[in-house]
Design a protein around this ligand. Structure first.
Ligand code: URA
Length: 453
């Protein structure tokens, strides 16, 4: 008998795939566009995690899903099976409704550092697990770790105690959240099956559901610096994730936010922390404040049962009164961060090489390829290509001109910060290619593109 067609040995408890018990038949079923049952999906994920389904068969299944898609029930079943492949965090020991926020990734996205303290200052606990940056997007943990002393590796007891005390704690994800996603993502990465909306939705939501919050606000970015660039596809991803959240019994709302240009002006770890500090002190860039208020407003709406508009008003009040800033300080202090850096951000180490990218022509900044700007920041040392790479906390970009700004030839478009002149030269070329200058004035960027509830 050919190896692929063998029945599984360890399928006694959970029943077989279809009537034959052969995974090859399940691949064929999906390839023909039929719907997989909840039991079939559950068994598929369990067997794959146990090593009973070889990568070559799972790759074929992923490709079948890529072309045939999954309906709402299938995507929900896949997400729940992935969630249940590892630890599901129990946050019930923390009083109150816990609302999590997840962004599908962006450039200059330091919103967690700002909206977390806003929400906590309004009485909704923030017990957040965040990730590190990879590729062209940054990660909240790297930003927080650029504050000397800041610890992201708290034990569960320390994490709960920090949330009880301050209303907020942000830590690294535990190793065992949705291990099925780690295996499947690695396989998708090498089989050209990453860009499938149901697979992306299941991947993201399995981790969010495993993180244990009661309700979820999704920041689905769209545009040139987003993981999904096309607006219709971004909406589809948002709808899928909202459906899955609801299917799992958790109220979920998605905001579609623009990544047509970097958010705020700072891209890179300690540069972004400095910008977050300014924003919490009421002197941040308008676009960053607007997106943070929208996301915080939605989190407060879900957490307190108030309207989105009321939520935004409460978040603004927390910002203007300085209560959000005090919450940020309390979080940093309780996680070991050195407060003198918050009080005097000039203490943050500066990059050794600082140079300007100058416009080569005059006109309006018409568009920005934000992904390329993220890549330029990576070249400067702010990001990592593989999980093992180290990041340079002081590297990155200060964006001086954004979409709609007028520039003369020779004007500074951006300031590059790095440890090495050669990196600066490479990043300058990438940055110049990322910015389109035109005589035509562009439409203003709409930041909150849509809300999907
Ligand atoms: N981010 C994830 O976590 N999963 C995907 O599939 C894509 C982006």
């Amino acid at each position: 008998m050919d190896k692929c067609a063998q029945p599984f040995v360890n399928n006694k408890k959970r029943g077989d795939f279809m009537s034959t018990g052969r995974f090859v038949d399940l691949i064929q079923k999906k390839r023909q566009g039929q719907t997989l049952t909840e039991d079939e999906i559950k068994k598929m994920i369990e067997d794959y995690v146990e090593g009973a389904i070889p990568d070559y068969q799972m790759s074929a299944m992923l490709m079948a899903i890529f072309f045939q898609g999954m309906n709402r029930e299938e995507a929900t079943a896949m997400t729940l099976a992935m969630r249940d492949s590892g630890q599901v965090v129990d946050l019930s020991a923390i009083q109150g409704i816990k609302v999590d926020k997840h962004s599908t990734g962006g450039v200059g996205d330091k919103t967690t550092l700002i909206l977390g303290p806003m929400v906590a200052a309004c009485g909704v606990p923030v017990a957040k697990m965040s990730g590190r940056g990879l590729g062209f997007t940054g990660g909240t943990l790297d930003k927080l770790e650029s504050i000397p002393g800041f610890q992201v590796g708290l034990s569960q007891e320390e994490f709960f105690a920090a949330v009880e005390k301050n209303g907020i704690s942000v830590i690294g994800q535990t190793g065992d959240l949705a291990p099925a996603d780690k295996l499947l993502y690695a396989l998708r990465d090498v089989t050209a099956t990453v860009e499938s909306i149901p697979l992306i939705a299941a991947s993201i939501m399995s981790k969010k559901l495993a993180a244990g919050s009661d309700k979820i606000v999704l920041d689905v970015t769209t545009g040139s610096g987003a993981f999904i660039k096309d607006l219709d596809q971004s909406k589809e991803l948002a709808r899928r994730m909202v459906d899955i959240g609801k299917g799992a019994g958790k109220e979920t709302v998605a905001l579609l936010t623009s990544m047509e240009e970097p958010l705020g002006r700072a891209v890179g770890n300690n540069l972004e922390v400095k910008e977050a500090i300014k924003t919490l002190q009421g002197q941040g860039p308008e676009d960053l404040e607007e997106v943070c208020l929208a996301l915080a407003g939605m989190m407060l709406s879900l957490g307190k049962g108030i309207s989105y508009e009321e939520g935004k008003k409460e978040a603004k009040e927390a910002l203007d009164s300085g209560r959000a800033w005090q919450k940020f300080r309390a979080m940093v202090e309780s996680q070991g961060g050195n407060l003198s850096y918050l009080d005097d951000p000039d203490l943050f180490p500066e990059a050794e090489v600082i140079c300007q990218v100058q416009a080569r022509e005059r006109g309006y900044i018409f568009s920005m390829d934000t992904e390329k700007i993220g890549l330029a920041s990576g070249i400067l040392g702010a990001g990592r290509e593989t999980k093992e790479d180290a990041v340079d906390f002081s590297a990155g970009i200060l964006v001086e001109k954004k979409i709609g700004d007028w520039v003369e030839a020779g004007d500074c478009l951006a300031t590059l910060c790095t440890g090495d002149l050669e990196r600066a030269q490479k990043a300058e070329e990438v940055y110049l290619n990322a910015v389109k200058i035109s005589g035509e004035k562009p439409e203003p960027v709409k930041l909150i593109v849509d809300i999907i509830a």
